[in-house]
Design a protein around this ligand. Structure first.
Ligand SMILES: Nc1ncnc2c1ncn2[C@@H]1O[C@H](COP(=O)(O)OP(=O)(O)OP(=O)(O)O)[C@@H](O)[C@H]1O
Ligand SMILES: CC(C)(CO)[C@@H](O)C(=O)[O-]
Ligand code: BAL
Length: 291
């Protein structure tokens, strides 16, 4: 596996692959790799002739109050894991190579970025769209792989690629979960033993919403209420409240799966999305509700 730090060298590497007639898969990450990332890499390896992963903790998508400084950095282990998956190249730029002096051009993210995460993290998708477009320019792959766990991010990137005529096919990877259902996330390593137990309320609430839908409940508001009550440890059967609860709900909604706009009744594919604080850790997860 070739390790590349210089953007120009990364571009040359991708051009060489493309000139040789190969399809190239790009897998952008912020490192601290887990099996969710590796499943994207494995899909790229199956679908493309060559795969390049990127590891870059992008400062512009973090607010000053967020966890940029403490975000886990495990570069050596990450590279070993990528090499173990037979990835062809990894691009690991330094911040100053991506944001050179006087950098001032940002992508104004699409409409789908404005709700949910866009409300809770106002500058986040501006930073994500900017760095992803930069990565697409540096590594003009044929395909790029993103996880459904970051569902709104995936929709933002799809809209950006459509709106700005980027010639890269976006491929979504399913959410990889721990055996008990918790979505894998680099931030899971922040969780204490107690947080880890309470974090399970997120995937269970999403499961509850989809179960309710499958028993015939089509009203988004009822599904949302059920998720919120479960997250707060208030079971629907009014039995004694369980002591388990998340610390704060940023949102727990059922919305249109493409636009992420509010809906009254589920008549077409919808998505249940949750963002919560568990201890000091902000976790997100979602589940599609396919009609
Ligand atoms: N559990 C997962 N299953 C599938 N893909 C995932 C999973 N977690 C993250 N990804 C995807 O991996 C890519 C890189 O994500 P990132 O490095 O931010 O990891 P993360 O675990 O989501 O980290 P964070 O804790 O910061 O949210 C993104 O496309 C993301 O959607
Ligand atoms: C897409 C991404 C690598 C951009 O920094 C990041 O938002 C992530 O890891 O999901
Ligand atoms: N997985 C999205 C990256 C972030 O939370 O900043």
């Amino acid at each position: 596996m070739q390790t590349i730090t210089d953007p120009d060298v990364a571009r040359d590497w991708v051009f060489q692959q493309r000139a040789a007639g190969k399809t190239v898969g790009l897998v952008p990450t912020m490192g601290a790799l887990h099996d969710g990332h590796l499943s994207l890499v494995q899909t790229s390896r199956k679908q493309c002739d060559a795969t390049i992963a990127t590891i870059f903790i992008n400062p512009t998508q973090f607010a000053p109050t967020e966890d940029l400084d403490k975000y886990p950095r495990t570069l050596k282990e990450d590279c070993e894991r990528l090499a173990g998956e037979s990835v062809d190249a990894v691009f690991v730029p330094e911040t100053k190579a991506m944001y050179t002096d006087h950098f001032s051009t940002y992508v104004d993210p699409p409409q789908v970025a404005h709700s949910l995460e866009g409300v809770c993290r106002p500058e986040h998708f501006r930073g994500v769209a900017t760095i992803v477009l930069k990565l697409f320019q540096i590594a003009p792959a044929t395909h790029a792989f993103f996880g459904q766990k970051d569902y709104q991010q995936l929709q933002v990137i799809r809209a950006m690629v459509r709106d700005l005529n980027v010639g890269i096919q976006i491929v979504a990877g399913e959410t990889i979960r721990e055996p008990d259902g918790l979505a894998m996330s680099s931030r899971n390593r922040y969780l204490s033993v107690d947080d880890r137990r309470r974090a399970l309320l997120i995937s269970r609430s999403l499961q509850l919403a989809t179960d309710l839908y499958h028993t015939g409940e089509k009203r988004a508001a009822v599904l949302q209420d059920a998720m919120q009550q479960h997250l707060l440890g208030r079971p629907a059967d009014r039995s004694e409240a369980t002591p388990l609860s998340v610390d704060k709900i940023d949102y727990a909604v059922v919305v249109d799966a493409e636009t992420l706009q509010e809906i009254d009744t589920i008549n077409q594919t919808a998505v249940a999305l949750i963002a919560t604080m568990v201890g000091n850790t902000r976790l997100i997860d979602n589940r599609l509700i396919v009609v």
